[in-house]
Design a protein around this ligand. Structure first.
Ligand code: XBP
Ligand code: MG
Length: 235
């Protein structure tokens, strides 16, 4: 099969957004909303077991503080405040792309390989990250940006990747997914996508069985390598 599209995850894959981005934004929102919550690096690493910021707040209530001070509407309100703070961090240029991401994107464009995004994060977080790392109109580089609440079930469910494939009009066999976490890998695998994993501090010890390749970053990954991987086990 010819490689037709590379589908990127965002958080932890395109950029190391969690520890110094989302986590900081959550804490700024908690303070602004008068909540005496503080998610330190270690606790946040545990909370990352649940994808989706709103779902993560709910998880913190049920499994950590074991009380439900915030209703679903209140969670939405706190999360909107967090997104505001996260975008400000991105606009200050605080979160660069990870090594190798820009080169791989440029290579794919040169070889007319399509690009897409499948992420759990809120859509405006994606557009702001792209604008502040790849330039004002860089969203147009991606034929499909599948993000956040556009699907009912977040990663590890396959929904976001199945949605992206449908919007792309491509079969899973024509694409490669690039992920950073166990949940993201499961999501891509359940959509029958061959997947490369690029690890980060929060995910390096997770289970990446059935990933085609696990790398520390994308500097070694070329379009040619991805094409080879897609063609392997060619029946
Ligand atoms: C990572 C997530 C997101 C972010 C927070 O998404 O699980 O929820 O942690 O963003 P991915 P929101 O790895 O799929 O890019 O608060 O906007 O959900
Ligand atoms: Mg991720």
């Amino acid at each position: 099969m010819t490689l037709k599209c590379i589908i990127f995850d965002v958080d932890g894959t395109m950029a190391d957004t969690e520890r110094d981005g989302h986590r900081v934004a959550f804490n700024l929102a908690f303070a602004e909303k008068g909540l005496d919550w503080h998610w330190d690096e270690k606790l946040y690493g545990q909370l990352l077991a649940v994808t989706g910021g709103k779902e993560r707040i709910k998880f913190y209530q049920t499994d950590f503080i074991k009380s439900l001070p915030l209703t679903d509407d209140a969670i939405k309100n706190v999360h909107a405040c967090k997104t505001k703070h996260y975008i400000e961090l991105l606009q200050k240029g605080k979160i660069p792309l990870r090594s190798g991401v820009k080169d791989l994107i440029n290579q794919a464009r040169k070889e007319n390989i399509r690009l897409a995004i499948s992420t759990t994060t809120t859509p405006i977080n994606v557009s702001t990250l792209l604008k502040n790392t790849l330039g004002e109109n860089s969203e147009k580089i991606f034929d499909v940006i599948a993000a956040g609440d556009i699907v009912e079930n977040k990663k590890p469910a396959a929904d976001i990747y199945l949605y992206a494939l449908k919007e792309l009009g491509l079969k899973a066999e024509e694409c490669i997914a690039i992920e950073d976490s166990h949940a993201g890998l499961q999501s891509a695998l359940q959509a029958n996508l061959k997947t490369i994993v690029t690890t980060n501090k929060y995910t390096q010890a997770q289970d990446f069985s059935h990933a085609e390749l696990v790398v520390a970053d994308l500097t070694e990954i070329t379009v040619q390598k991805l094409t080879q991987i897609l063609g392997e086990n060619h029946v």
